[in-house]
Design a protein around this ligand. Structure first.
Ligand code: NAD
Length: 418
């Protein structure tokens, strides 16, 4: 993800300019500088015993970006393209995201450069445990709380929590979120990102007075975020006409039967070959004549190269960083509403926060309580971002950044660090 971090910083500068101009206040250079640099960056190499008995050296990262509003918080990604620039960008976005939805966390992110498709489950377990051993002294329930991200799941979080608890000699479920329910996970965490995205999408749809039966949705990515969004939207009678995974996409103008597609993906490991739809590429999916597009896979898929061909009226960024800043500006000019990642996919970190609170208190909530609290935070955050973007005649991304950066700068001032 070339220069993603630089893009994040450009958005930060642009937002600070707007705040200063519109609110007629001065933000000191030092206050902005604090938000421009990660507080701590850890790069570690560690050996893992492979199933054939040989040692292989892997590289992992943890970027602890900012903790001015609370402990660092952010997922762990296992992907061949993970590098420091990507992890820094993701950690910066987590800082913004936690401030947008106003939960008491800073931002962080971690990752290992690895293709998990080439590893066995035992190898992934040993890899996870090795990562925890090198990071154990910098993470913890009051310091830095990781969570799942691309190609890490609740099982990986279970190994993570177990290894950390063994190192510290005390059961510590609050060190990670996104755990299985049996060992301290929260109800609703597995579907939280998609559920939160669905709440903000439906808020926007109602604001724009678009009827449910006029909506056609295309979703790129069919993992935790994309699959669950498809399921929730289908359960609410929305028509989904295209979905995809890393192997390619499928399309049916009349609507895809999502339950059957999920079953097919489970049995075959991919969507390609699903009989009740035609095959399309991931690139074609983005350019379909739909009114709602949900990028839910990786970064930088909507750029200067294809933005002219995007036909959607609403883009729900379930993935982190799917739209480049330039492409985002062009979409705004065209009248496209982009619900930015820092709001659209914040449901995951909100329910992670609920999980952490439950772990610390040793008192667990039922699914209804989780849903009620999630919808309260997402609806309130949507309203704040929407109103800010309307007030400053800007797009929702800048609206979200203004909301977040004001909170961050206030926290910096009150703590007296600048
Ligand atoms: P996941 O590993 O569960 O699923 C990723 C999906 O993307 C898979 O279906 C995979 O096949 C697909 N994919 C991979 N490469 C692709 C490509 N080149 N083209 C099209 N599809 C491709 O991951 P996830 O948790 O669903 O995360 C997806 C995105 O959502 C990421 O950007 C992640 O940072 C973001 N996100 C996830 C959460 C969460 O709670 N899971 C929270 C916030 C943000």
């Amino acid at each position: 993800m070339a220069n993603a971090f630089q893009e994040g910083l450009r958005q930060l500068d642009k937002t600070c300019e707007i705040i200063q101009r519109e609110k007629k206040i001065t933000i000191k250079t030092e206050e902005i500088e604090i938000l421009k640099k990660p507080k701590r960056v850890v790069e570690a190499s560690f050996p893992v015993t492979m199933d054939n008995g040989k040692l292989k050296i892997f590289t992992g990262y943890r970027v602890q970006y900012n903790d001015v509003r609370g402990p660092f918080k952010g997922g762990i990604r296992f992907h061949p393209k993970v590098d420091l620039d990507e992890v820094k960008a993701l950690a910066f976005w987590m800082t913004i995201k936690c401030a947008v939805v106003n939960i008491p966390y800073g931002g962080g992110k971690g990752g290992i450069t690895v293709d998990t498709k080439k590893l066995s489950q035992r190898e992934i377990e040993r890899l996870t445990r090795a990562y925890v051993r090198v990071m154990a002294n910098i993470i913890g329930p009051d310091r830095d709380i990781p969570a799942p991200d691309v190609y890490t799941n609740s099982q990986v979080m279970a190994w993570f929590m177990d290894e950390y608890s063994q190192i510290k000699g005390v059961n510590t479920p609050a060190v990670v979120t996104g755990k299985p329910i049996e060992i301290g996970g929260s109800q609703g965490r597995d579907t939280a990102t998609a559920q939160g995205g669905f709440y903000v999408f439906d808020n926007l749809r109602k604001k724009l007075r678009i009827k449910k039966n006029q909506i056609e949705i295309a979703i790129q990515g069919f993992g935790n975020a994309g699959l669950n969004f498809a399921k929730i939207a289908a359960d609410h009678d929305f028509k989904i006409i295209a979905i995809s995974d890393s192997q390619g996409g499928i399309y049916n103008k009349k609507g895809i039967d999502i339950k059957k597609a999920i079953k097919y993906k489970k049995e075959n490991g991919q969507l390609r070959g699903f009989k009740l739809a035609e095959e399309i590429s991931n690139e074609e999916l983005l350019e379909l004549p739909v009114n709602v597009l949900v990028p839910a896979a990786l970064e930088n898929v909507i750029t200067e190269k294809n933005v002219k061909n995007i036909k959607a009226k609403i883009i729900v960024e379930l993935a982190n960083g799917p739209t480049s800043i330039k492409a985002g500006e062009e979409l705004f000019e065209k009248g496209v509403y982009v619900i930015p990642d820092v709001l659209a996919n914040a449901g995951g970190v909100v329910v992670s926060y609920f999980e952490w609170v439950q772990n610390i208190r040793h008192f667990y909530w039922d699914a209804k309580k989780v849903q009620n609290n999630l919808s309260y935070i997402m609806n309130k955050s949507f309203k704040e971002v929407w109103e800010t973007s309307q007030k400053y005649k800007t797009n929702m991304r800048t609206g979200a950044y203004i909301t977040a950066i004001e909170r961050l700068i206030n926290a910096v001032r009150i703590r007296g660090r600048a």
